[in-house]
Design a protein around this ligand. Structure first.
Ligand code: PXP
Length: 239
């Protein structure tokens, strides 16, 4: 068993399928290939606008594919209901806004948040692991802990977009410091967003890192070298 788990986000297989609203490429087939090539977990984001993954995709992956399923969802009652019906192994609650191209930073979790706490408890009581997608800031991590999440996924967008070695080192340091706190609070440590074949290694080497969730770079590379090779190549970098 490798030290750092690789969660592979297959949303963009569904993005391509939705371009024609046909059956192919099928996310179920993608999920099988991922798990057969070194991916440890399937990650799928059901967006409110259903722009890529559909509920039926989640149901088929849950039923037909043996392996861990991690679903990214907005923290709203509609998605809570879907998660309680689907019973994925874990969820990551993420911020979502209608016109964004992709997730824009971590959730704002500080301050009183009874509805978020209720949703976290409802999912946890159903035996679903709950992670919160947060920026690598101490306040957000403590708030995630206080809200009852099991894990935090540190948002790596700022690190991934940092221009030049100096800025990137500064963002990496933020992730490292945030990771100390996550471990001190005895939570699982995940990270993701914007990670690719060139920037992933330093994040994978952060002490205590449990899981990296990566999508866009793997699915893009898969177009040229195949999904099996793209996953295996990322897995080698993450180990
Ligand atoms: N983690 C979270 C919480 C996300 O929302 C996403 C994008 O769906 C990812 C990880 C994967 O990001 P990327 O596709 O940039 O690798």
């Amino acid at each position: 068993m490798s030290r750092v788990k690789l969660g592979v986000n297959i949303d963009h297989v569904a993005t391509l399928r939705q371009a024609r609203k046909e059956k192919n490429p099928d996310p179920v087939e993608a999920a099988r290939v991922v798990l057969g090539s070194g991916g440890d977990m399937i990650v799928m984001h059901l967006r409110q606008d259903r722009r890529h993954v559909q509920e039926a995709d989640l149901e088929r992956v849950r039923q037909d594919v043996k392996g861990l399923l991690h679903v990214e969802l907005a923290a709203i009652p509609e998605m809570e209901k879907i998660a309680l019906k689907l019973r994925p192994d874990s969820v990551c609650l993420v911020p979502e806004s209608p016109r964004e191209v992709t997730t824009q930073g971590g959730m704002k979790v500080e301050g009183k948040n009874p509805e978020l706490a209720r949703i976290i408890k409802s999912l946890s009581d159903a035996g679903i692991g709950v992670s919160l997608f947060v920026d690598p800031e101490p306040g957000a991590i403590r708030a995630a802990h206080n809200l009852g999440a099991d894990s935090v996924e540190l948002c790596t967008t700022a690190y991934s977009e940092a221009w030049g070695k100096k800025l990137q080192a500064r963002e990496l340091e933020k992730l490292q410091l945030a990771s100390f706190l996550v471990k001190e609070l005895e939570m699982e440590l995940h990270a993701g967003h914007g990670l690719d074949y060139y920037n992933v290694s330093p994040v994978a080497r952060i002490d205590g890192m449990d899981c990296l969730n990566i999508g866009y770079s793997i699915i893009s590379r898969a177009l040229f070298i195949g999904l099996k090779n793209a996953v295996a190549e990322m897995k080698r970098l993450v180990q």
